[in-house]
Design a protein around this ligand. Structure first.
Ligand code: AQP
Length: 321
């Protein structure tokens, strides 16, 4: 099965990105044909500083590789190293009704929060469709927030196929209910643009500060607490197996567990979980040329697949004359 997903280098990667997408992708590469990319074109909808974007791109790549993405087993590249995706995006634009994009929650939420709406933000799902369809992807693992965009992709692909015959594989979104929406410090979806994240690979002091900022209610230490209504528990459980989650649940219900204590445990858990990968990440970042070479090889590998789709599209669309 061909599986594809991407991640934006628009700031530090966080636990929502890791549990919502990265972890699953790293696991998938063992059994499936995996395509994974750093979505730096998409990140341009929120980053307008070239230096920041370039640095974020290398960091996101290093994070993914350090956490276990294996460029031998998978195809791993940076979106802009394959600008052909923009050509497909333009083709798809001509099959994308305005209403389809106007209904997208992600766009509407961002506008409602006062983010300046431009065409890039509006057309984001078309570029995402191009990413998916260029590789004839069958499965797209995403967090719940991105599910609608994969549905948009399906609509666009069906329209193209109805017009030109079977050009595209129709992809399926895959949302893991267990981690569909990782909550942030304030209980809303963990999101860079909400400033409520716990970031990957923070140094200890900064990590502790983020964990201590998790919003809790004023229930006193001795009183029993509801784990399902607690942001600390909802984040902590991502690191626990079933038995450990149940044990923590019982401690909540028994009373006598203070939020400060459980936050302290969560801090240590996050720190210890990512610590083994930090050294590899530092090595990768210390050798940017080596990192660029890995990404260039990935882009070449991706291009071989992409050009097959694009060749057929160009022919059907009449661009080969
Ligand atoms: N809180 C989350 N819970 C579960 N999955 C999440 N993802 C992001 N946040 C959560 C998933 O991570 C993948 C890559 O995300 P992205 O970088 O492409 O963009 P995003 O979803 O827009 O992440 P942010 O932090 O919320 O960015 P902004 O604030 O810029 O919108 C995706 O599969 C996503 O579902």
């Amino acid at each position: 099965m061909r599986v594809l997903s991407g991640i934006q280098p628009s700031g530090s990667l966080h636990l929502g990105n890791y549990f919502g997408m990265m972890k699953k992708m790293i696991e998938y590469q063992e059994q499936e044909e995996l395509f994974c990319f750093i979505a730096n074109y998409h990140a341009m909808t929120s980053v307008a500083d070239g230096k920041v974007l370039a640095k974020g791109t290398l960091e996101a790549a290093a994070n993914f590789l350090a956490l276990g993405m294996d460029p031998q087993k998978s195809t791993f590249w940076v979106q802009s190293d394959l600008p052909e995706v923009q050509e497909l995006s333009w083709f798809l634009s001509n099959f994308t009704p305005m209403g389809l994009l106007e209904r997208c929650h992600s766009y509407k939420d961002k506008v409602a929060r006062g983010i300046h709406a431009n065409h890039g933000l509006f057309a984001y799902p078309v570029l995402m469709s191009a990413d998916i369809l260029l590789f004839q992807s069958e499965k797209v693992p995403v967090g719940k927030d991105q599910k609608q965009h994969v549905e948009v992709t399906r609509d666009i692909a069906l329209k193209v196929n109805n017009t030109y015959g079977e050009l595209f594989t129709i992809p399926e979104p895959e949302v893991d209910d267990n981690v569909a929406t990782v909550p942030g410090l304030d209980g809303q979806k963990m999101s860079k643009s909400y400033g409520n994240t716990i970031d990957l690979f923070l140094e200890e002091k900064a990590l502790r500060k983020q964990v201590m900022r998790i919003v809790t209610d004023p229930t006193p230490v001795e009183a029993p607490k509801d784990p399902d209504a607690c942001n600390v528990f909802q984040i902590y459980r991502l690191f626990l197996d079933k038995a450990a989650e149940e044990a923590l649940r019982r401690r909540y219900l028994a009373g006598g567990l203070g939020y400060g204590e459980v936050k302290g445990e969560l801090f240590e858990t996050v720190r210890d979980f990512f610590a083994p990968y930090a050294e590899r990440r530092a090595e990768l970042l210390a050798d940017p040329e080596g990192l660029r070479a890995v990404l260039a090889t990935g882009a070449d590998k991706a291009r071989q697949v992409a050009l097959k789709t694009l060749g057929r599209v160009r022919k059907k669309a009449g661009l080969i004359y």
